[in-house]
Design a protein around this ligand. Structure first.
Ligand code: FAD
Ligand code: SF4
Ligand code: SF4
Length: 479
């Protein structure tokens, strides 16, 4: 197809894949967008204007070759589109589903800027790789040669697995240690199925194992094996443990039963989706069925909690956030999805404490207004005196963000330097920590971030580790 068959954005409008109706999707954990048909994917791809300086690519953390795979999709050359797409992204179909595209590639698409509606880059990326899976084009890794070096990766989230994939492709022996019983990190146990169905993650885990990556699951580093043992076993170590310490709430009644942490709630829900038995779900502790639910927080974790509670059969679901809609950290697209599904947002509302005797019965809520901006330019929420009220709730979910665990103490490794936020100090370029041969990536370095950044970090760290191995072999050869 000549270039002139692209640039259709003037005559062809933006169209996402069909979105299931709120009524249809409220009762299950299936993804809410259906797949494009082949013609629709080609049509939507043909809207791209093939920019000489593609801002979509610049603003994709992986610098995916977006214009190229859009053109190939428009031409129906999907296997080639897949080859290009997977060359820069370890999990394109996962990013296509859950990247906040409005802040990354699509938000910077020039035809979006010119008012024509962005090219649906994420949906096309998902379509290309889902098609590749269907057609058997996604294969387990077969390295061209085996290398003698081995790498221990701690944490089987997207950061650790992206590195494991690259290292295995280069022929290293790779062992990934994770304290959970399934690999995938937050892709498996954090993010709900309505954003990312779990078989999409599990087939990637299987692909890695089939390619020779060893997964040591149910292995909590610091308890089941020491960090020092892992260092002694491998030629290099990569830490990709994410951030899991939940920010907490104080105030009267904060210790009442029925007030739970978002990560526990979402993990239990995801386990139920896998068919596991979860005692806290069966007992009702981590189950919203038949309850009035209040979720506290305004980020993406809060959005995932409210929408999970709807699907579990809560009688009402409210989300309290201390700023307003325009100033919330979560994605506007997710707020719209939640509202369609029946969630009520209570803006400018902050918890002051909790009511109840045996268990929580309500949240004492302070009404807020936005005051003067702070040093960062963000308006500071201020309490309005005398405007408190009680929001009834039998289940309160705290979704206030995550902080790093204290790894140097937990692992008895004081030489592992951390920043003042408790994240691991790693060189921005080399990903190396304060301990030579030990690298770190993803949320444990950045703080709570995005899947696409964890993938980028993991891929970059793998390159650095390989360079280190090559330099060491060259030095031995020169002796
Ligand atoms: P993780 O995915 O957290 O993986 C770390 C792994 O390390 C885990 O499997 C953990 O079990 C393991 N581990 C930790 N400590 C140990 C130990 N001592 N021993 C052994 N194993 C250990 N990002 C997006 O881009 N889009 C989204 O829509 C999105 N939604 C999100 C929803 C929720 C509810 C949450 C919590 C996060 C969401 N994120 C989203 C953020 C994204 O999931 C993370 O940025 C990303 O998963 C970080 O990857 P990681 O590899 O650094 O860590
Ligand atoms: Fe966009 Fe994310 Fe895909 Fe990059 S990886 S093209 S940011 S959806
Ligand atoms: Fe195509 Fe938009 Fe990227 Fe330009 S910015 S190459 S129009 S997707």
């Amino acid at each position: 197809m000549p270039q002139s068959d692209m640039l259709k954005f003037v005559t062809v409008g933006r169209a996402m894949p069909e979105k299931r109706t709120a009524d249809d999707r409220r009762d299950d954990f299936g993804e809410i967008y259906r797949e494009y048909a082949a013609e629709k994917a080609a049509e939507q791809s043909s809207r791209c204007s093939q920019c000489g300086v593609p801002y979509c690519q610049t603003h994709c953390p992986l610098h995916n070759n977006i214009p190229d795979w859009l053109r190939l999709t428009a031409e129906g050359r999907l296997e080639e589109a897949y080859e290009i797409s997977q060359a820069t992204n370890t999990f394109p179909e996962i990013c296509g589903r859950i990247c906040p595209q409005d802040r990354l590639c699509e938000g910077n698409c020039v035809i979006e800027q010119s008012g024509h509606g962005t090219v649906t880059i994420g949906a096309v990326e998902k379509y290309i790789t889902d098609t590749a899976w269907e057609n058997g084009w996604v294969k387990p890794v077969v390295p061209a040669r085996e290398r003698p070096e081995s790498v221990g990766v701690i944490g089987a989230g997207p950061g650790g697995l992206a590195a494991a994939d690259m290292l295995r492709r280069a022929g290293c022996k790779v062992t990934v240690y994770d304290r959970h019983d399934r690999a995938g990190g937050l892709l498996t146990y954090g993010i709900p199925g309505f954003k990312l169905e779990k078989d999409v993650v599990m087939r990637r885990n299987d692909q890695l194992v089939d390619g020779g990556v060893e997964l040591r699951l149910n292995c909590n580093v610091g308890e089941d094996i020491t960090f020092q043992q892992i260092r002694e076993t491998h030629d290099a170590v990569l830490i990709a443990t994410g951030v899991y310490k939940s920010r907490d709430l104080g105030g009267p009644g904060a210790g009442l039963s029925g007030i739970v942490r978002a990560i526990d709630y979402l993990t239990a829900s995801n386990r139920i989706g896998f068919g596991d038995s979860v005692a806290e779900y069966d007992s009702g502790e981590l189950n919203a069925a038949g309850k009035r639910v209040v979720v506290i927080g305004g980020g993406d974790t809060a959005m995932d909690c409210v929408r999970t509670a709807i699907r579990q059969g809560a009688t009402s679901v409210k989300c309290l956030y201390r700023r307003d809609r325009a100033n919330m950290p979560g994605s506007q697209r997710e707020v719209e999805n939640a509202e369609e599904e029946g969630v009520e947002f209570v803006w400018l509302a902050a918890p002051k404490g909790f009511t109840g005797d045996d268990g929580v019965a309500g949240v004492r809520v302070a009404r807020m207004r936005l005051g003067a901006p702070d040093a960062s330019g963000r308006q500071v929420p201020e309490e309005i005196d005398g405007a408190d009220y009680t929001e009834d709730a039998e289940l309160v979910i705290k979704a206030l963000g995550f902080e790093p665990e204290e790894l140097p103490a937990l692992w008895n490794e004081p030489a592992l330097e951390v920043t003042r936020w408790g994240t691991i100090r790693a060189d921005f370029r080399t990903k190396q920590t304060s301990i030579p041969g030990v690298y770190a990536v993803g949320d444990i370095v950045r703080g709570a971030s995005l899947v696409v950044w964890a993938i980028r970090d993991g891929r970059d760290a793998a390159e650095q580790i390989l360079d280190r191995f090559d330099a060491a072999s060259a030095a031995v050869a020169a002796e």
